[in-house]
Design a protein around this ligand. Structure first.
Ligand code: SF4
Length: 274
């Protein structure tokens, strides 16, 4: 049996936020057979997912076919698959507002995209194919979904689309995508960016060997902690808003109090995986 440990920025961040969540999500053999049923659709995930899928489908079309209307048409086609309860919408009004938000993000995307060139890489729409993996150490595989890579001279520019309300992407996450892109495509990365689609703003970080070494060290530190972890204790906090395991959580009462105080739909959750 393979001893390889597969890690992604989302997985590592999840462990750092709540070891108990990590245990439920990846290690709990009792819960594992029911994980799919336990996953609750959430409207804010649906919005992000539909926007990402729309942009991926957009880049499959030839450059001459691409325009703002195509983005809206693709969004509508993709949205129809998640309409109603399937997308976690509580009612038609919430769904309509979310659809308008998604459309606004695509308008912002198109505004900037018109001044940008053809991406070096866009994930396409074949399920499963968008997951990239690369060995970054003995028995250690880094994986993740790269949203977009642009050419940057001879190098690469890794871009992550963000659809959440807060413009606070995790620098660990984007730098880790830099490491992944470099390993998968065997080319140097010189820039990594978050593209916040609600405002259209691009936040860019320079990426170099020093940054890569720092991120690899951080990944190895978290991996060592995961391997040494015995208790996987619950840590009540922002992860609880997107946790599907509240019913099994040893701190369930405390979590329910937190969720009552501030419902996810009213809260600007910043640490979404997209
Ligand atoms: S409900 Fe909160 S504290 Fe409990 S496992 Fe989930 S994220 Fe952790």
């Amino acid at each position: 049996m393979s001893k390889d440990l597969y890690v992604s920025p989302y997985k590592l961040q999840g462990f750092a936020e709540c070891p108990q969540w990590f245990y439920f999500e990846y290690l709990d053999e009792e819960i594992h057979p029911y994980r799919r049923e336990l996953k609750k659709p959430r409207s804010f995930f649906t919005v992000g997912d539909c926007v990402h899928k729309t942009i991926s489908a957009f880049f499959i079309r030839s450059a001459g076919q691409r325009n703002e209307q195509l983005l809206f048409d693709l969004l509508k086609q993709i949205w129809d698959q998640y309409s109603g309860a399937r997308g976690g919408f509580e009612n038609a009004e919430e769904e309509k507002n979310c659809f308008i938000e998604a459309k606004e993000m695509l308008k912002n995307f198109w505004k900037r995209q018109q001044k940008m060139g053809e991406p070096f890489y866009s994930p396409g729409i074949v399920p499963g194919k968008e997951l990239k993996k690369s060995e970054i150490g003995p028995d250690l595989i880094l994986m993740g979904k790269l949203d977009r890579i642009d050419p940057e001279g001879e190098d690469l520019h890794v871009i992550d689309y963000k659809t959440g309300k807060k413009e606070e992407g995790s620098s660990f996450q984007i730098m880790a995508y830099g490491v992944l892109a470099e390993a998968v495509f065997q080319k140097d990365v010189s820039k990594v960016s978050f593209w916040y689609l609600r405002s259209g703003r691009m936040q860019t970080f320079l990426y170099n060997l020093e940054e890569r070494d720092k991120i690899l060290e951080k990944i190895n530190t978290i991996v060592s902690k995961i391997k040494a972890e015995k208790k996987f204790a619950p840590r009540v906090g922002s992860r609880c808003y997107i946790c599907d395991y509240v019913q099994f959580c040893p701190k369930k009462e405390e979590v329910l109090k937190l969720l009552k105080k501030e419902m996810p739909s009213q809260r600007e959750i910043s640490k979404l995986p997209f």
